[in-house]
Write a protein that binds this ligand. Structure first.
Ligand SMILES: NC(=O)c1ccc[n+]([C@@H]2O[C@H](COP(=O)([O-])OP(=O)(O)OC[C@H]3O[C@@H](n4cnc5c(N)ncnc54)[C@H](OP(=O)(O)O)[C@@H]3O)[C@@H](O)[C@H]2O)c1
Length: 214
């Protein structure tokens, strides 16, 4: 089972749709049960065969095998701290990009550990943290009638978790998981997101990435 922590926002709901459409069992987590249940109902309306439920974040993390973090960076550290007792040995996929929007510019906020995913690994030492989906727009994920067309670079220190995340990504039509090495590379993914958002503004389109040559 895959839990989306903060799964009521565009990124979490978009991933829930795509995971559910690929046949995965999904739990949408929230700080408020009614929001989680409503988001799960929305996913089921769009993917009628979806196996999806809503629950409080902590319960979702406790019951799931794979935990996906989809909260804004402001809530990242606090949410991770609340999950500490429920993640031992589990794979935690961190999608969080620490962005700042200032005077029309989009920048990555410096994180002491190097990146949001490295912060997650430091705070959850018993979990196997990977960074993934940072460069994929929620609106593309939400357009369930359109196939995706993107690579998803995965960074993580645990090789088995990195490979398992790439395999999960490959189950979603139109996506390809790409091995991005250890967590020390995750800050590159954050910077790419800032660049893509700038391109989206200039071209008035939703951009994503494809790596050629492999
Ligand atoms: N949107 C995109 O296109 C995109 C693409 C790639 C990566 N990401 C990353 O995905 C993450 C989520 O993006 P989003 O656009 O879905 O964000 P969002 O809508 O701002 O937030 C997602 C959910 O997080 C919960 N939340 C909000 N503030 C919180 C806080 N302070 N503490 C704990 N939970 C909080 C809320 O759920 P409840 O109120 O129900 O608890 C909210 O529905 C971000 O870190 C972003 O960098 C987003």
């Amino acid at each position: 089972m895959i839990a989306l922590i903060g799964g009521t926002g565009p990124e979490g709901k978009g991933l829930a749709l795509r995971f559910a459409a690929a046949g995965e069992i999904v739990m949408i987590g929230s700080r408020y049960k009614e929001r989680a249940v409503a988001a799960a109902e929305e996913v089921r309306r769009r993917v009628p065969y979806a196996w999806v439920r809503g629950a409080l974040n902590r319960r979702a993390a406790r019951e799931a095998d794979i935990i996906v973090i989809t909260v804004p960076f402001e809530g990242h550290a606090r949410v991770l701290a609340s999950l500490r007792n429920h993640v031992a040995g589990k794979m935690v996929i961190d999608t969080v990009v620490p962005l700042a929007f200032k005077k029309g510019r989009i920048d990555v906020v410096p994180v002491e550990e190097g990146s949001a995913a490295e912060q997650a690994q430091r705070m959850l030492p018993d979990a196997r943290v990977v960074a993934a989906f940072l460069n994929l727009s929620a609106s593309e994920l939400a357009a369930i009638d359109r196939p995706l067309d993107a690579d998803v670079v995965v960074c993580g220190d645990n090789v088995a978790a990195r490979n398992a995340t790439m395999a999960l990504i490959n189950r979603i039509p139109g996506l390809r998981g790409v091995n991005g090495d250890g967590l020390a590379s995750a800050h590159h993914l954050e910077e790419i997101t800032a660049l893509l958002l700038t391109l989206n503004r200039i071209y008035k389109k939703q951009t994503s990435i494809r790596i050629t040559g492999i």
